[in-house]
Design a protein around this ligand. Sequence first.
Ligand SMILES: NC(=O)c1ccc[n+]([C@@H]2O[C@H](COP(=O)([O-])OP(=O)(O)OC[C@H]3O[C@@H](n4cnc5c(N)ncnc54)[C@H](O)[C@@H]3O)[C@@H](O)[C@H]2O)c1
Length: 438
Amino acid sequence: MVRGVDYFARQSGLKTNHRTKIMSNKIRIGVIGVGRGQSFASAATDVVGMELVAICDHWEEKLKAVGEKFNVATYTDYDKFLEHDMDAVILANYFHQHGPFAVKALKAGKHVMSETASNTTLAEGVALCRTVEETGLTYMLAENYPFTAFNQEMRRVYQSGEIGEVTYAEGEYNHPMTPRSSLSISPGTNHWRNWIPSTYYCTHALAPLVYITGERVVRVNGLSIANDEVTRQYVRKGDPGSVILCRTGNGAVFRIFGLCLPGHSNWYRVHGSHGAMELARGSGYFGSGQVRVWHEEWDQKPGQLREQVYSPDWPEHGDLARKAGHGGGDFWTNFHFANAIRSGEPPFLDVYRGVEMSSVGIIAWKSALKEGTPIEVPDFRDEESRKAYENDHWSPWPEHAGPGQPPAGSSKSKPTKEALELARQVWTEGGYKGEDMV
Ligand SMILES: NC(=O)c1ccc[n+]([C@@H]2O[C@H](COP(=O)([O-])OP(=O)(O)OC[C@H]3O[C@@H](n4cnc5c(N)ncnc54)[C@H](O)[C@@H]3O)[C@@H](O)[C@H]2O)c1
């Protein structure tokens, strides 16, 4: 059954204010990036009150095919794309270029939902927060992992007070790939996936913990994990793993683990002052998919069970979420973005949380290069706190190379001869002709 805007407005108690009427029920969406961007394009439909109207990519061949698939306008030039008559832009371009692209779209009067990361320098983070404030437009980080059924259930349990206040939590997003699969989605030695420092892709592990507990990170210690035997099979500069310890505003500790070490793991646990809960371990992509909540016998409240393990249902819209990718997350990001635009209320994953969590990855890499020295995370809501970072362009990315810039990885090892040959083969097969061929 197709449900429209009014259905969602009723379900979520949204205000049908002046702004909603101006939107005339359909939020017209443009998407940049025809890789991951296709998930957003597919989900920009009637069911969330969106209509896809344009896509942009400088990969002409693919753009043409995707444009025909969705029957929408196509652009190779981002500035021209922004001139298209539309309300909002979804950014699925390169991971390390979202910040400046978001600022440009906001200045062109478009609401923005951005793939992770929001920013890859602290200066970009400051500029993005200021631009959202100046324009008054909606900005959302498109983190989809908070919205799996089990993470939404853990948020519900946390908010009910059942386990008390968070003391310690763990989030893991460790997604290894074969060298061939990894190469097939990262053409050229300078592609962001071949360059990304081990701490930067931290939001899949961190955002669910922030969503469940509502806490913010105030300080981090990062440690990077290099292993020559793993690293040399790839053409990546970044290390394959890292651990980030985060001190939160309430004094709790979050441990974040990633990124692509052998041994896939996507997992979350939260300890509170009166119990604990986790995604029960299992062999599926999302473990067992079940939530486990437990208490100490001496701390059980009347009516509380000592331990429960169960498969949670969706809080609402399960019929739609079940059909979407990433455990339903790909439905919820578009859903929340559309609702935030219509209501004029910032989404939970607003610019401050987006920038703060992305900055945890940057600051953790600064810390890792000093073997775990603790470093403060600015409060991006506060102009006084963030002002000190407005010129912090510290960046390991190749286009920012220059004096004082850091390396992207800690290992000095070089790819094996076989790894280089495989890269040449996979990229040639894919038609890649860039100057950064191995
Ligand atoms: N949340 C998730 O589950 C999830 C999954 C996959 C990817 N992602 C994120 O989505 C983003 C995109 O990932 P991807 O795998 O599609 O990456 P990708 O590098 O394969 O694709 C990026 C696309 O953007 C296009 N592009 C880049 N700069 C452009 C410009 N200036 N003008 C026009 N087009 C431009 C490229 O040609 C490419 O097609 C990344 O931030 C990634 O982290 C998130």
